[in-house]
Design a protein around this ligand. Sequence first.
Ligand SMILES: [Mg+2]
Length: 259
Amino acid sequence: MKPLSSLPVEELRKLRGVAFDLDDTFLDHGRLVTAALDALYRLKSAGFELFAVTGRPASWGAIATHQWPIDGAVTENGAIGFFRDGARIRGFDRLLPEEREGRRAELARRVLELRQKLPELVPADDVSGRISDFTFDIGEYQKLPRDAVLAAKRAAEALGLAVMTSSVHLHVSLDRADKASGFLRFVSDRFGIEPTRARTSYAFIGDSDNDAACFAAFRVSVGVANLSGRQTVPPRYRTQGERADGFVELADVLLARDA
Ligand SMILES: [Mg+2]
């Protein structure tokens, strides 16, 4: 990983926007800090397209798209997107409503089985806002030891569930989604941006295991200094600052490209 300051200006000039993770990247220990929100407004004023790409629930994506100066949000690790349609916010799910309903019922059955096997697993506080997955708290309000997380992963996979972890959560789902494929499908479908082009037109910044697909997919991939977990492909660049400070650092580098 190279320092973010070494990102060549020619590469910066190819970027039309930023896709960014929320927890431990844009959000500082769960909080939206002034400097990060200000950086979003500065990027938006300079004409950058902005997308939150998160493991957080669909309900968070709808609110973020409504309230923040962003163009959309891809939530639940790629499964559900949100975009503006005039003054309204609309959802994007590649499944038809009846398909989603059937999948939710099947997911609920398997989650029940998983919880019977591992009663120590604690659901995350945000489960009620989710559409495509079910989520357990492994680091948000309680720390689950690494071997317990691995055991939970194995048990979920044995039930045919896809598993994704972030610094705070363990997600199980019947959607084989990841943040990169979810984002690329979303911008292709909603904004007509061809996936190969999108990979070089947006920078991605994240911190954790569930960002690995994006670190591999995006030409300009950035990890914040608090990068954790094990990524098969590490981000190409790393910020000096942690969390929101790292996000602001990327914003400043982008905004200085024409200086
Ligand atoms: Mg994160």
